[in-house]
Design a protein around this ligand. Structure first.
Ligand code: ADP
Length: 619
């Protein structure tokens, strides 16, 4: 993560927003965090106070009743400890909840995000950065950093209150010249000014070193991630083993990981050096203030301003005030560092919704008469300078079977993404039965499409859940979809049939399936949805020739009266379609039947067809 250059005000705004967010889920988190640090501080201030009072009594009036009363006060300490323990459990629980809540917020944002943003490289990079930096910050960590902050405040307030007495404690004895000065408020003020200066000095130096240490930790965590990538992700990845062996990558991996390891070690040594320097400075201020406090309190005791108990009490309290500065500086540094994470976190949550989601419900038609038309559509991907589609005019007629062909990068998949409203055109518009598709209710519109994308994903859930995308599925319909896609026998042979988990990620009795079988399951899923448009984007890439032939020969029967669109590189499979669309460099350059397109011997289709025909002939 980059080093922040936010102002204090901006940091405060981020913290305020994060606190509000946590409180919307766990309303009492701040209260309990405060109470926990209050009880924590109160326990030892009280304990010291009682000890000091008993010492005063033992060295003074020796009133036994008072001594017994003071001893019984230790019982009150137990009550404070019970409260402290209760608040601690609350704080821990809130903390665990906050960590999960953070994930929930991120995921629900991802779920509700416009599709273009989910593919947008900078939005994806932000999410990746958040995932990579989870250990360095977060809502849970923000809560943790409030503990030293409140502890610092509480120490300062409670101990200052006790120390205030110092201004009013005077000796009853007849004092000589310098002794008189010790007894004056001026002496006490001078002492407190000295302590305050030490506390400020300590705050400044520890803040500086804390900040440097945090930057160092970030550098180290980057090298740690790289080490983790080589030693865990890559070497452990079973898919990488073939490459490691065939290309003999061992030497390269060893060289790179050794280099990173040395960088990591160097970083750690530098971190230790920084911490040592910080501790040395802290110790210097601590010794300075502690000796000054001892001296001050000893002198006051000597002139008879208070007894031995006062000596114990005030020395303790002044030392805690100095400690408070360190607590405070640590907490402020930690909170500001945590903001590096929260800033990206909020930035991600603030990703705007720009798509128009529409309200008109789509007509539910038994005859599937959904006419979709592209009107002079051009499209550029976000953050891209060039057009992926240019001036496309196109009409899909009901029941057509359409093949889309063209070279890699010619815009075929992009056209499908626009058709399914994963993206909206940059220029031009698309209509469904004459109405701009942006006016239709988004989910209603998506219901019209079933797509098997090249890079589809299956869940590590059961076959039935995968095919139906539902928990309670229609078994008969699942079987029928599997049969159409040629997967029936394979699933029948699985140990729990439709209930068999796909993959072994979570269940021992899961089944590993081949790429071709996964594709057949994806096709079954597309058929189960029973949408008006069935689109197969290079669906046969992982299928063997027999399976491919099976799918194509049955495809028309599979989709019946629906509009079928499929993208394929194998032109031999496309020629049976009613209509072939040829894309080239983002433009729709030819549109017609196989026969008609071949007649144009100067056309792209003729060129593509002959290139493949030649390939098949030679092989
Ligand atoms: P095809 O399906 O014909 O292989 P695509 O429609 O996938 O081609 O791609 C058309 C053009 O758009 C290509 O130049 C490709 O690099 C670009 N492209 C595809 N997806 C994205 C994306 N998410 N962001 C930016 N450019 C993209």
């Amino acid at each position: 993560m980059q080093k922040h250059n936010r102002t204090l005000k901006e940091d405060f705004r981020i913290i305020k927003r994060a606190v509000k967010l946590i409180q919307s889920n766990t309303p009492h988190f701040l209260l309990h965090t405060y109470l926990y640090s209050f009880f924590n501080t109160a326990v030892y201030v009280m304990s010291n106070y009682i000890t000091a009072s008993i010492v005063d009594e033992l060295t003074g009036a020796k009133d036994i009743k008072k001594i017994i009363f003071l001893l019984s006060m230790y019982a009150a300490e137990i009550i404070l400890k019970i409260f402290q323990d209760y608040s601690w459990r609350k704080v821990r629980t809130f903390n665990i909840i906050a960590n999960k809540w953070e994930e929930v917020l991120l995921n629900s944002k991802s779920f509700s995000m416009d599709y273009p943003n989910m593919e947008n490289p900078s939005v994806r990079a932000k999410r990746q950065l958040i995932e990579d930096s989870r250990g360095t910050g977060g809502l849970g960590m923000l809560m943790e950093h409030f503990i030293p902050l409140f502890t610092g405040i509480n120490k300062l307030v409670l101990c200052s209150l006790v120390s205030l007495e110092l201004f009013f404690r005077h000796s009853d004895k007849a004092l000589s010249g310098f002794e008189k000065f010790i007894d004056t408020p001026l002496f006490t003020v001078a002492f407190f000014v000295f302590v305050a200066l030490c506390a400020v000095g300590e705050y400044k130096t520890t803040s500086k070193y804390n900040r440097l240490a945090v930057e160092k930790v970030k550098d180290i965590s980057l090298t740690e991630r790289l080490l983790h990538y080589f030693l865990d992700d890559y070497i452990d990845d079973s898919k990488a083993q073939k490459d490691i062996h065939i290309f003999n990558q061992k030497g390269l991996i060893r060289h790179l990981s050794d280099k990173i390891y040395h960088k990591w070690l160097k970083g750690n040594k530098e971190l230790l050096a920084l911490q040592r320097k910080r501790n040395n400075r802290y110790n210097m201020f601590y010794v300075l203030t502690t000796s000054a406090t001892y001296l001050f309190v000893a002198m006051k005791t000597y002139i008879g301003a208070f007894g031995l108990g006062g000596f114990i009490k005030y020395q303790f309290c002044v030392a805690r005030i100095v400690e408070a500065a360190e607590s405070f500086s640590g907490a402020v540094t930690a909170l500001r560092t945590n903001n590096d994470y929260l800033e990206i976190f909020f930035d991600y949550l603030d990703t705007p919704t720009e798509m128009h989601y529409g309200t008109i419900p789509t007509e539910k038609r038994m005859d599937n008469k959904y006419d979709i038309e592209f009107h002079n559509v051009s499209f550029r991907y976000p953050e891209s300078d060039s057009y992926a589609l240019k001036n496309v005019n196109l009409k899909f007629a009901v029941g057509d079977s359409i093949a889309v062909v063209g070279m890699n990068g010619s815009g075929k998949t992009t056209m499908i993404k626009l058709l399914c409203r994963l993206y909206d055109p940059t220029e031009g518009y698309i209509t469904l039965n004459g109405i701009d598709i942006q006016k239709y209710d988004y989910e209603d519109y998506l219901d019209l499409f079933s797509v098997v994308f090249q890079d589809f994903r299956l869940f590590s859930f059961s076959v039935g859940e995968n095919v139906s995308a539902q928990v309670d599925f229609d078994e008969e319909k699942v079987w029928s979809s599997l049969e159409k896609a040629g997967m029936l026998e394979r699933v029948k042979a699985m140990p729990k049939e439709l209930r068999t988990p796909v993959y072994k990620d979570f269940e021992e009795d899961g089944v590993e399936i081949s790429g071709g079988e996964a594709q057949k399951l994806a096709i079954s899923r597309a058929l189960y949805k029973d949408a008006a448009f069935v689109i197969l984007d290079e669906p046969t890439a992982s299928l063997d020739p027999i399976a491919e032939n099976e799918i194509y020969s049955r495809f028309h029967e599979m989709v019946k009266d629906k509009t079928a669109v499929y993208i394929s590189h194998r032109l031999s499979s496309c020629r049976f379609c009613d209509r072939i669309l040829v894309f080239h460099e983002g433009r729709l350059i030819q549109d017609g039947s196989h026969k008609k397109l071949l007649e144009d011997t100067q056309g792209k289709y003729y060129e593509l067809w002959n290139a493949q025909a030649q390939y098949y002939a030679e092989n």
